[in-house]
Design a protein. Structure first.
Length: 277
């Protein structure tokens, strides 16, 4: 075994370092085996919670399912504490995405001792299956998820403005429907009419409130058609930001106009044409 081999561990490695290599590294056989075992346990744990929600299964195997869940919870608690212990900066792990998910996966079982039905929140553990990306070395998927998050953050202000515009539109439509239909046809108040507008605009259409007058039906038809157009707007905003985030950029800024986010390999500023070199 040579030092360059992926499973090489220096003789001076401490127990803490050895545990860190197994828990956090997926390049070694032990690390990969640990992560695969962890994911199998997560899936079995979530499956046991789902089975516990079935009354007939709970009547027959209730004690076994409860024992199984507490066994998994204790194992996951030990694993979480080992993760905190093995890293040099525990707060970085605790505040990270996976650190929060790992902690959130433990809390429901302990909360079930004080809060009724809290154990069903254990399905949060499904989020931990995202670790399979690291095991299979599908780093591009993790990069893709970060790209999606970046696009969502960038499109947040635009979507917020859009949602506010939709809220104003729904209030106006609801008020119009209240005036047109009145109390006799289900629109007993403006809030109820706004509820009808939301249901119709989102093309859900429960049917509990329906317009009866010709003018009300015309307004309802316009709202339905409008709904299809409105649904496409947030999708277009996020898609545009995804396309923008997908472009590889450099950290160079233009000395002339201070423009940033130039494409990799760019020699001239996209805004003013000044030489970047």
């Amino acid at each position: 075994m040579r030092e360059g081999d992926p499973i090489f561990v220096k003789p001076k490695s401490t127990l803490r370092e050895w545990c860190r290599l197994i828990i956090f590294e997926a390049d070694t056989p032990l690390g990969k085996g640990f992560d695969v075992t962890l994911i199998v346990c997560i899936l079995l744990s979530v499956a046991s919670v789902m089975m516990a929600s079935v009354e007939s299964l709970m009547d027959r195997f209730g004690s076994f399912l409860i024992w199984l869940e507490w066994t998994f919870t204790i194992a996951f608690t030990i694993e979480y504490l080992l993760r905190v212990w093995t890293v040099k900066q525990p707060l970085f792990y605790i505040r990270s995405f996976y650190g929060i998910v790992d902690l959130a996966a433990l809390l429901p079982t302990y909360l079930s001792l004080f809060v009724v039905d809290a154990e069903y929140l254990i399905v949060i553990r499904m989020l931990r299956v995202m670790r399979v990306f690291r095991i299979l070395k599908l780093i591009q998927y993790l990069e893709g998820s970060s790209m999606i998050m970046k696009a969502l953050r960038a499109s947040g202000p635009k979507i917020t403005v859009f949602v506010m515009a939709v809220v104003v539109l729904v209030v106006i439509i609801g008020s119009l429907m209240y005036v047109i239909e009145g109390h006799k046809h289900g629109c007993s108040s403006i809030p109820m009419s706004i509820y009808w507008a939301v249901v119709t605009l989102t093309t859900v259409g429960y049917g509990d409130i329906a317009p009866v007058t010709p003018l009300g039906k015309i307004l309802a038809s316009m709202v339905m058609i409008m709904g299809y157009a409105i649904i496409a707007v947030p999708t277009g905003i996020v898609t545009a930001e995804l396309t923008r985030a997908d472009r590889s950029t450099t950290t160079l800024s233009c000395r002339n106009c201070s423009a940033e986010a130039h494409p990799d390999g760019a020699k001239f500023c996209y805004q003013c044409g000044h030489d970047l070199n």
